[in-house]
Design a protein around this ligand. Structure first.
Ligand SMILES: Nc1nc2c(ncn2[C@@H]2O[C@H](COP(=O)(O)OP(=O)(O)OP(=O)(O)O)[C@@H](O)[C@H]2O)c(=O)[nH]1
Ligand SMILES: [Mg+2]
Length: 377
């Protein structure tokens, strides 16, 4: 298809026109071949972290200047975590948590009064020493040990452990720091890259309640949906480690169900890959439960229907969590046209994400080739 009329015998115009035609054909070909992947799931389930990994592994890696942009996010993350710990220590009861050193109460007052959002080093500098002292206090450590009872960022320990490095004016976030930093996604973010010469378009949408209305705007031409859910939160819910029962599990199930049903209705075929994230945090708990002979912090595995599922049996827990999201009813409802696969992953581990994405990618392409609907979960 010629896009511009060629201008008589002018060879320059003719060449320009031919070049534009070639470019348009190439663009159309790229568009046709592009695999659009939608990243969906609850807030903080690891979608943006996964996208950062795609960028590191297959895209334009983070350079020093890119990492620098995360500094203020990291300052803000640690400041907010400090405030949460101070407040939680005061509020938690049964038993109450005393200060290890009463003298730290004045550090707590300083942090409680500080602004939550920190832009630059000079704004953060007056607070590093207080945060460092607080983190070492046995009262704050005891509070942190009870973090299932309140909400705190999953990278809190990671950043507090290196607060000395963070407090240097020369601090430059590493790639791992970038992966562990947390900023909620607002709006819709697209990222294009090529994997083994196949163009991919990843679409990252915020998972917090206010952002979820935007999900359905992104459904056009989607070939695959990667659904993210935190294995760690599902585990805490399923085994009643969290005080509010099956809240996270129920919400994740409903979210996934709605997604699958909507897709089934409007699109028919589309892969679904479920990523059970934060498996590193869950594994710590599974191990602790195993060491304690199936008990964890006094909670028993009473909540699961299947008696054979033990809190301390990693494989049994994985199977249980898979079934809890992709329920037999859902599979029945959507079979045989929807392909579902699942992976357990620590999204902050680049090697693991590379491995898991490769597995997901090759299964996706296999399924696409044979176009058979086998529920692979
Ligand atoms: N330990 C651990 N932390 C993780 C993992 N995945 C994500 N995180 C951390 O969890 C926090 C939230 O991750 P995000 O990728 O921002 O979550 P999101 O799903 O994009 O959240 P929204 O944008 O609000 O929808 C970040 O601090 C990540 O570093 C994981 O597998 N293990
Ligand atoms: Mg995000």
């Amino acid at each position: 298809m010629a896009c511009c009329a060629s201008n008589g015998g002018d060879p320059d115009s003719k060449k320009r026109s031919d070049d534009i035609d070639k470019m348009l054909i190439a663009q159309r070909d790229t568009l046709r071949r592009t695999v659009k992947v939608l990243l969906l799931g609850a807030g903080e389930s690891g979608k943006s972290t996964f996208l950062k990994q795609m960028r590191i592994i297959h895209g334009e890696d983070f350079k020093e200047a890119d990492c620098e942009e995360f500094r203020s996010t990291i300052y803000t993350n640690i400041m907010k975590a400090g405030k949460v710990l101070i407040q939680a220590r005061e509020l938690l009861s049964d038993p109450e948590i005393p200060w290890g050193d009463e003298g730290n109460a004045r550090h707590a007052d300083l942090i409680a009064a500080a602004p939550s959002n920190v832009e630059q080093y000079s704004d953060m500098a007056p607070y590093f020493a207080a945060l460092e002292e607080l983190w070492l206090d046995s009262g704050i450590q005891a509070t942190f040990a009870r973090r299932s009872q309140f909400h705190i960022g999953d990278s809190t320990e990671y950043f507090f452990k290196q607060i000395k490095t963070l407090s240097s004016p020369e601090y430059l976030p590493s790639k791992q720091d970038v992966l562990c930093s947390r900023k909620a996604t607002r709006g819709i973010h697209e990222y294009d890259l090529a994997v083994k010469k196949v163009p991919f378009k990843f679409v990252d949408v915020g998972g917090q309640r206010s952002q979820r209305t935007k999900w359905f705007q992104c459904f056009d031409d989607v070939e695959s949906v990667f659904f993210f859910t935190s294995a760690n939160d599902l585990y805490e819910d399923a085994f009643r480690i969290k005080p509010n029962g099956d809240e996270y599990g129920r919400r994740s199930r409903e979210m996934f169900e709605e997604l699958v049903v909507q897709f089934h209705k409007f699109h028919g075929f589309a892969d679904k890959v479920i990523f059970f994230t934060k498996v590193d945090l869950m594994d710590e708990k599974v191990k602790a439960a195993k060491d304690a002979g199936g008990c964890l912090d006094g909670y028993m595995a009473t909540a699961v229907d299947d008696d054979s599922t033990s809190l301390g049996d990693r494989q049994a827990v994985y199977t249980y969590l898979k079934k809890s999201i992709c329920t037999p009813e859902l599979r029945e409802m959507t079979s045989p046209r929807i392909h579902m696969h699942s992976h357990f992953v620590n999204t902050t581990d680049t090697d693991l994400v590379e491995f898991v994405f490769e597995a997901a990618r090759s299964t996706m392409f296999e399924c696409r080739c044979c176009q058979r609907g086998s529920g692979l979960l």
